[in-house]
Every structure is written in structure tokens, then in C-alpha cells.
Design a protein around this ligand. Structure first.
Ligand code: ASP
Ligand code: MG
Length: 401
């Protein structure tokens, strides 16, 4: 008997017709297998719940997680009904019924333990467990959630815990693409990607998988497949680097419009100033991404530019405006009209000239680079948002994607 984990995202479960279709897909995978099917809430549902909470300015609490996780209860119940109607022995379970034990951090809980014994017991009487994604229970018996998009992480954690044969993540696209097909219609489905590449893609804007789920899969060496719940085609496999026959120099181009640029000019050019600025950001839980410092002409003062997530725009502004006592500066400006464009590929590690090609391509299109950051397998540039489409399209072309 093989155990297979199948996860369906919000767009795949939005409505009873879609749920009936999923019941058929699930039944087709049954054969001699036992299945755990993890579901999200219907698309838009968790956003709606979030907006109720926003009206109360309620967050990170017992109540907020109780509300946020309620959408999944509906979908697992309905899918289990659809399965029963097809003659499949199925049981719907909420996170606490497994239980999926987490820490106390409401809205960003980490999984501590999953009770495999219970799952085995359920499999004695049922062929399919339909499990609510995104949720768990903490040591004091309160419902917790794993953070938005967290049902991918539930799927990977369950698959690792029960040593599943496969972990298939069903979505509304055929897999992971070389870039966003909405911008570049020539974007192609990638057949295999390393965990590292997928992580870079997720963190630079490709919204396919919850970043934590990829980290967890990498840690447990669990192969993931991202595939469509509509087309029944083979998807994209996320695998260990060793399983890539050919390491692409560039596997994909991603972009993010969620960045904001922060420029502080006229700071003192002396030791300790960066430590103060970024210490301040860390204290306030503001994630900083790209950083550029340049020395001004007089050799005495300097300018610091960095990027943050747009959601931290107001907080960053207030924090720096109130920090004049800590470090002096001439002016502060923040800009949301920026985009981060990234090229990602394992082959970059052993190949020179990848960055040059990127910069030349942007220059040819008169696109100014505001900041640069790199890792071993990624180059990101910050540009004016209005150039996003042309940058993505031309880079997709020059790297022969
Ligand atoms: N329903 C949750 C959300 O929208 C979890 C998920 O879909 O992964 O964030
Ligand atoms: Mg998702």
C-alpha cells in the first residue's frame, strides 16, 4: 500500500462543481493507494475572513486564527461528501483532529509534530483522509494557522511525516513557468527545478508555492510535483539538485511589484551608521532586501538606499522619521513605483557573464537600474515599475527561455 499526498489550492476548490471534479481526480488515484487530500479554502474566502478581522484591527490572536482557518472546514466537508457519493470511503479531518501540533505563534505557527499513529488508524477504516490545510493546534489547545498560503506547508509536512510516495500540489496552471505567462505568452512550463531555484523564485515574486513548504521539502528530500487540476498533464517536479541532468544557466525570470525603495541621503560616512539603520529595521521586524550605499562627492556624507516590502511602507517611514536622535541625515524618500526583476538558475554558479547580459539588455532598452542584489544562483535588479513588462519579456528572450 502506497501513501500519496494530493493538495488542491483555492482556485481548484472554488465551488461545488470544481469539488465534484476533484473527487473524480482523487478517485482515479486510489487503485491500491491510501490518499491524504489537503485542501485550501475556496479562492477569496480567506481574504474575506481577513477583511472582517481588519475591521476590528484584530490580528495574531486566538480569535483571528479561529476565524481565518474556518474556510477550510467548508471545503473538506464538501469534498468528503462528493467522495462518498462516488463510493469512496473518506473521512474529513481538521488540523486538531490529527492532531497537527504547532507552536503558539498565531498566524505564523510552526509545526512541531504530526501524530502518524492516528493517521494509520484512520487508514484502517478509510481510503481517503480529506485534511484541512493551513491549520493546527497548539500545546494549550488553541487553533493556530501556518500563515497565508500555508496549506502547501501542511501537505509537505504530512507527506514527510508519513513517508508518502508522492506529494502532488494541484493548482490552476500546468506547473512552474519560465516567467509569468500573463506578461510573456511564450513562457514555457519547466519540467524540473531544484529546491534552491524554486526557493529563489518564490521569494522573488513567483506565487506558486509557499516558501516554507519548499524549505521543508528540501530538508526532507521530498520530491514535489506542481500540476494542474484541470488539464491532467505532467507538471513541474521540484527535486534535489543532483537529479538535474542539465543545470540551466537561467531557468526563469520572476518579478515582484510588492517592493518599496527607501533612500536616506546625507548620512555620516563613518563606522556604525549602517548597523544603526538596519538594527532599527530589525527591531521593528521590517525585512530589508537590496542594499546600496554610495559615498557623496564631499567624502564626508553618504546615501543609503534599500528595499522593503510595501506593507512596511508606513512603519518604515515613521521609524526613520523618529530616529533623527539616533543618526542624522538630510532627507528621506520612499518610492512604491519600483519593481524587482530576477533571473534565476543553478548553472549561473559556474558560468561567467550572466549578470553582464542582464545589465546590457536593460541598458539597450533604456531601463535604469536602481539597485542590484545577487546570490549564487540569482541576480535581482530594482527598476521603475513602468518597465516591468518590457524587462521581463526581453530578459526571457535573451536567455533563450
Ligand atoms: N486558505 C489559506 C490562504 O488563503 C491557506 C492556503 O490557501 O494555502 O492563505
Ligand atoms: Mg496557495
Amino acid at each position: 500500500m502506497n501513501k500519496i499526498v494530493m493538495k488542491f489550492g483555492g482556485t481548484s476548490v472554488a465551488g461545488t462543481e470544481k469539488l465534484k471534479n476533484i473527487a473524480k481526480i482523487v478517485k482515479s488515484q486510489l487503485k491500491n493507494n491510501k490518499l491524504i487530500v489537503i485542501l485550501s479554502a475556496m479562492a477569496g474566502e480567506t481574504n474575506k475572513l481577513q477583511s472582517y478581522l481588519d475591521e476590528f484591527q484584530e490580528q495574531n490572536s486566538i480569535e483571528s486564527d479561529l476565524v481565518l482557518t474556518s474556510g477550510e472546514q467548508v471545503t473538506i466537508g464538501l469534498l468528503s461528501v462528493a467522495l462518498k457519493n462516488l463510493g469512496v470511503k473518506s473521512i474529513p479531518l481538521l488540523g486538531w483532529q490529527v492532531p497537527i501540533l504547532t507552536d503558539e505563534n498565531y498566524e505564523k505557527a510552526k509545526i512541531l509534530n504530526i501524530d502518524k499513529k492516528r493517521i494509520k488508524e484512520y487508514f484502517l477504516n478509510y481510503d481517503v483522509i480529506v485534511l484541512a490545510g493551513f491549520q493546527g493546534i497548539n500545546l494549550t489547545g488553541k487553533i493556530t494557522s501556518l500563515g497565508r498560503g500555508g496549506s502547501d506547508t501542511t501537505a509537505v509536512a504530512i507527506a514527510s511525516a508519513i513517508d508518502a510516495e508522492r506529494c502532488d500540489i494541484y493548482t490552476d496552471v500546468d506547473g512552474v513557468f519560465t516567467t509569468d505567462p500573463n506578461i510573456e505568452s511564450n513562457a514555457k512550463k519547466i519540467s524540473k527545478l531544484s529546491y534552491e531555484e524554486m526557493l529563489e523564485m518564490s521569494s522573488t515574486g513567483a506565487k506558486v508555492l509557499h516558501t516554507r513548504s519548499v524549505e521543508l521539502a528540501m530538508k526532507n528530500n521530498l520530491t514535489l510535483q506542481v500540476l494542474s487540476s484541470i488539464t491532467n498533464k505532467t507538471g513541474t517536479f521540484i527535486v534535489d539538485e543532483k537529479e538535474l541532468i542539465e543545470k540551466e544557466i537561467v531557468s526563469g525570470v520572476s518579478y515582484s511589484n510588492n517592493e518599496a525603495k527607501v533612500s536616506i541621503s546625507g548620512i555620516l560616512d563613518k563606522p556604525g551608521i549602517s548597523a544603526k539603520i538596519f538594527g532599527l529595521m530589525a527591531e521593528n521586524n521590517i525585512n530589508v532586501d537590496m542594499i546600496v550605499q554610495n559615498i557623496s562627492q564631499d567624502g564626508i556624507s553618504a546615501n543609503m538606499t534599500f528595499t522593503i516590502n510595501q506593507k512596511d511602507y508606513d512603519l518604515t517611514k515613521t521609524v526613520i522619521e523618529n530616529s533623527k536622535k539616533l543618526f542624522d541625515y538630510k532627507s528621506l524618500s520612499l518610492d512604491k513605483k519600483v519593481a524587482k526583476i530576477s533571473v534565476i538558475g543553478m548553472g549561473m554558479m559556474s558560468q561567467a557573464g550572466v549578470a553582464e547580459k542582464m545589465f546590457k539588455t536593460l541598458a539597450k532598452n533604456s531601463i535604469n537600474i536602481l539597485a542590484i542584489s545577487t546570490s549564487e544562483i540569482k541576480i535581482s535588479v530594482l527598476i521603475d515599475k513602468k518597465h516591468t513588462n518590457i524587462a521581463v519579456k526581453t530578459l526571457h528572450e535573451v536567455y533563450n527561455l
